[in-house]
Design a protein around this ligand. Structure first.
Ligand SMILES: Cc1cc2nc3c(=O)[nH]c(=O)nc-3n(C[C@H](O)[C@H](O)[C@H](O)COP(=O)(O)O)c2cc1C
Length: 398
């Protein structure tokens, strides 16, 4: 687990820093907080001290709190594995971008060799201000990380881009401190269900929640991969560091895959793509009648089969969500669609499949390998699948 400095500056979102400190603590990290003078107008050091279980540092010139550290800002700067500035005010961004160090936090940021991430939060007009944007640009170019603000209702009563990213997204940054064993690899991952319109208000879909695909995208990004996530409609947050391409129908997913597969080293197709779509989509809402109704369906493109035919050096991984004869059906699909791996799971089992947080997958390889994973969280399952992909990729390169 990591040593994390949460630097709190004087914005209205400072109260969310308390939630972040609590979350990081629950995840097992050792958290120490540094507050600017302005930050203490918004929340008290006592709150952060209680939630972190550590002293809170507020003043560069106060007498030492920890006798091990000769000079506090240097001691803290060395101690940290990661520094998160939450929230980052326009003022503080300007200060760091211009090399100023006139308080404990800015001095510590200047002295640390640990990765520093800013989570800006401010009024949308402030955020768009050319000086603020220039400072952000300078900081990005100098290697500082950002968890960008999002559009939303702002404390000043307006709405626009300036609302701080969620604390979960900010906490995710710490996960990127893991060994970057997938760095340099490009992944295209599909996830979620598709929706096939019947008329302007109705559609055909399935029970896929997208959790397995998002777990793969999240873990691959944590491990340094460059990830494009092509996702049907889900309720899940976009994982940190992932390029998201939202789609709705199977045809849109097919087009997005065609546009991105060439550049990929690995393609994982975990989306539950509709095999059929209504032959015609009514321009207006279909009115009910007294009798039954027949819906005529036509085939959607088979994206996985298309990829199997068109792949060159890409590793192609499919998923088989089955309710019966799991191994037989999965092995048939592996061969028929020219896959390198197929992850088979029984979606009718209690602990695996749609909407669940756990999965039990057996990974079959075109090389004859079989890895039967136990019941694991979808994130852990994703990591085991990624381990196997990495192993195969290394064999390919050698
Ligand atoms: C009520 C109130 C809310 C504020 N909210 C923000 C904010 O969300 N973002 C921001 O950049 N500045 C905000 N400010 C202005 C900062 O507090 C001010 O620029 C301060 O000097 C920042 O100091 P620091 O960067 O050292 O923490 C706010 C000020 C007040 C009075």
């Amino acid at each position: 687990m990591a040593n994390i400095i949460v630097g709190v500056t004087g914005g209205i979102a400072a109260y969310k820093a308390a939630e972040l400190v609590s979350l990081l603590g629950k995840q097992g990290h050792d958290v120490r907080c540094i507050m600017t003078e302005a930050a203490q107008q918004f929340i008290t050091p006592l709150t952060l001290q209680t939630l972190s279980g550590n002293p809170v540092y507020t003043n560069m010139f106060q007498l030492q709190q920890n006798p091990e550290w000769k000079v506090e800002h240097i001691g803290l700067a060395h101690w940290a594995d990661c520094v998160l500035i939450v929230p980052a005010t326009a003022d503080f961004l300007g200060k760091v971008a211009n090399g100023l160090a006139d308080d404990l936090l800015s001095t510590c940021v200047m002295a640390t060799e640990a990765p520093v991430y800013f989570a800006p939060a401010m009024n949308d007009k402030m955020y768009q201000n050319p000086f603020v944007q220039r400072n952000i640009q300078i900081l990005r170019e100098s290697g500082y990380g950002f968890v960008d603000p999002v559009e939303g209702n702002l404390a000043c009563g307006t709405s626009g881009k300036g609302k701080m990213a969620s604390v979960e997204q900010i906490a995710d940054v710490v996960n990127t401190l893991r060994p970057q064993d997938l760095a340099g690899m490009r992944f295209v991952i599909t996830a979620g269900p598709t929706r096939e319109s019947i008329d302007p208000v109705r559609f055909l879909t399935n029970h896929s929640s997208g959790k397995m695909g998002y777990a793969l995208a999240r873990q691959a990004a944590y491990r340094g991969a460059d990830v494009v996530l092509i996702s049907g409609p889900t309720h899940l947050a976009v994982p940190f560091g992932v390029t998201m391409i939202p789609v709705t129908s199977a045809q849109q997913m097919f087009e997005a895959v065609q546009a991105h597969f060439q550049d990929a080293d690995v393609i994982i197709k975990s989306a539950a793509v509709a095999d059929y779509r209504p032959k015609t989509v009514a321009a207006q809402k279909i009115k009910k009648t007294d009798g039954d109704m027949v819906l005529e369906l036509e085939r959607n493109a088979d994206i996985l089969a298309w990829l199997g035919e068109h792949k060159t050096t890409q590793l192609l991984v499919g998923f088989a969500a089955e309710t019966n004869d799991v191994a037989e059906n999965a092995l048939g699909k592996l061969a028929r669609k020219h896959l390198d791996f197929i992850a088979a799971n029984d979606v009718s089992a209690a602990h695996s499949g749609f909407g669940k947080d756990t999965n039990q997958v057996t990974l079959y390889g075109a090389d004859g390998s079989t890895v039967a994973l136990p019941i694991l969280s979808k994130d852990e399952t994703a990591n085991r699948i990624l381990d196997k992909i990495l192993e195969k990729r290394k064999e390919q390169i050698i």
